[in-house]
Design a protein around this ligand. Structure first.
Ligand code: NAD
Ligand code: IPM
Ligand code: MN
Length: 355
C-alpha cells in the first residue's frame, strides 16, 4: 500500500501524526510518501502544490490528508489550489461521510444515546454549487455583479444518486433525498427527476424527499429517524458539519472521497478544517483523522486492519483518554498513544492463537 500523507495546515499535521502512528502500529507494510504541500508551500512557491502534484498522487494507492487553510492565504486560493483541485482533477465524485455518536463521547442533544446518531451522508463531490463557474461582471448592470452558477450534469447526478441508493439498500432501505426544489428552478428539479429514474432500479428503497432546511431541523429534533442521506456538494458540506456536531464535535467526523471504478487513488480526510484557533497547542481531537485512516484501510482491501483500528478507536472513546472538545483533558498525542495501546491489547486472531 503506497500512501501519500498530506498533513497540510494548522491542526492537520497534529492529527495526521496520530493517524500515521496508529496505521504503523498495525504493521500492514504501508509505504508513505510525505508531501509538504499547503500554505507553507504557497508562501515559498506561490502555489499550494507543485505543477506535477496530480501525477504524483496518481502514482499511489490512496491519499490521507489533514486539512488546509491558513489565515495568511486567501481561503479560496488555498482550497481551490489544493483540496478542491484534487477532488476535481482526480474526479473523486462521491464523498462518503459516516456520522455515528460513539459510546463515551458526549453528544450535544439531551437524552440522545449513541444509537440515535448513526447515519451516512453521500455527498456529490465534483460539481453542483462547487463547479467554479461564474464571474464578476463590471459592466452592463449599472453596478457590480457576481455570478456563481451551480452545474448539475446528468452523469454527475446519476452516479452519486445510484451510489446512494446502493448504500441505502445495504442499510435500512430508506434514502433521504436532500434538495431545495421549492426555491431552485432548474438544478434540484433535475436532480429529483434523476432520483426518480434511478430509484426505479431499486424497488426495495423508499425515497424520503426532504427540503434541506427542514432536514437540518430534523437532524437536531430526531436524528434517529435519518439513515442514509444523498445531497449536493454544498448541502452535503453543511449537513455534515451538523452531523459532526451530533457526533460530539468537528474533531470526531471522518470522510472518504472516492471515485468508484475510476482507477485513481481515493482521498481520506477528517471533515474538519485546519482549526487555526487551536492549532499548535497539541489539543486537537485526532479521532476523525484516525477514523478516516480506518476508512482508507477498508477501501484498500485491508478489512481486518480497518476493523481492528475502529475497534481500538471505539475502545478509547469509551474509556478515555479524550481531548477537551469532547469532555476530556488529554492531548492529541495521548489519544493517539491510547489507540496504539488498545491495538496492542487486542486478542490475537483465532488462527494465530497458540501458534
Ligand atoms: P474548522 O473545522 O477548522 O474549525 C471549526 C471549529 O471546530 C473550530 O472551533 C475548531 O477549533 C474546531 N475543530 C476543528 N477541528 C477540530 C479538532 N480536530 N479537534 C477539536 N476541535 C476542532 O473550520 P473553520 O474554522 O471554518 O475553517 C478553518 C480553515 O480550515 C479555513 O481556512 C477553512 O477554509 C479550512 N477548511 C479546510 C478543510 C479541509 O481541508 N478539508 C475543511 C474545512 C475547513
Ligand atoms: C469539507 C470542507 C471543504 C468543502 C472546503 C475546505 C473547501 O469544508 O471538506 O467539508 O467545502 O468541501
Ligand atoms: Mn466542510
Amino acid at each position: 500500500m503506497n500512501v501519500v500523507l498530506l498533513p497540510g495546515d494548522g491542526v492537520g499535521p497534529e492529527v495526521m501524526a496520530e493517524a500515521r502512528k496508529a496505521l504503523d502500529a498495525l504493521e500492514l507494510g504501508i509505504a508513505w510518501t510525505d508531501v509538504p504541500w499547503g500554505s507553507a508551500w504557497w508562501a515559498e512557491h506561490g502555489t499550494m502544490m507543485p505543477a506535477d502534484a496530480i501525477d504524483v498522487l496518481r502514482g499511489h494507492d490512496a491519499i490521507l490528508m489533514g486539512a488546509v487553510g491558513d489565515p495568511a492565504v486567501p481561503d479560496d486560493e488555498a482550497l481551490w489550489g489544493l483540496i478542491l483541485k484534487i477532488r476535481q482533477e482526480l474526479d473523486l465524485w462521491v464523498n462518503v461521510r459516516p456520522a455515528r455518536l460513539l459510546e463515551g463521547i458526549p453528544g450535544p442533544l439531551a437524552g440522545r444515546a449513541p444509537h440515535d446518531v448513526d447515519m451516512v451522508f453521500v455527498r456529490e463531490n465534483s460539481e453542483g454549487e462547487y463547479a467554479g463557474v461564474g464571474g464578476r461582471v463590471h459592466r452592463g448592470f449599472g453596478h457590480d455583479v457576481a455570478i456563481e452558477s451551480s452545474v448539475f450534469t446528468r452523469r454527475g447526478c446519476e452516479r452519486v444518486i445510484r451510489y446512494a441508493f446502493g448504500m441505502a439498500s445495504a442499510r435500512k432501505g430508506v434514502l433521504v433525498n436532500a434538495t431545495k426544489s421549492n426555491a431552485s428552478r432548474f438544478g434540484f428539479p433535475f436532480w429529483d427527476e434523476i432520483v426518480a429514474e434511478v430509484g426505479a432500479e431499486f424497488p426495495g428503497v423508499v425515497v424520503d424527499r426532504m427540503l434541506v432546511d427542514a432536514l437540518s431541523a430534523r437532524l437536531i429534533r430526531d436524528p434517529g429517524s435519518v439513515d442514509v442521506v444523498v445531497a449536493s456538494n454544498l448541502f452535503g458540506d453543511i449537513l455534515t458539519d451538523i452531523a459532526a456536531a451530533l457526533q460530539g464535535g468537528m474533531g470526531m467526523a471522518a470522510s472518504a472521497n472516492l471515485s468508484p471504478g475510476g482507477g485513481v487513488p481515493a482521498l481520506f480526510e477528517p471533515v474538519h478544517g485546519s482549526a487555526p484557533d487551536i492549532a499548535g497547542r497539541g489539543i486537537a481531537n485526532p479521532v476523525g483523522a484516525i477514523w478516516s485512516a480506518a476508512l482508507m484501510l477498508e477501501q484498500l482491501g485491508a478489512g481486518e486492519g480497518s476493523r481492528r483500528l475502529m475497534d481500538a478507536l471505539e475502545t478509547v472513546c469509551r474509556r478515555g483518554p479524550r481531548t477537551r472538545d469532547v469532555g476530556g483533558t488529554a492531548t492529541t498525542a495521548e489519544v493517539g498513544d491510547a489507540v496504539v495501546a488498545a491495538l496492542a491489547a487486542q486478542p490475537l486472531p483465532a488462527e494465530d492463537a497458540g501458534a
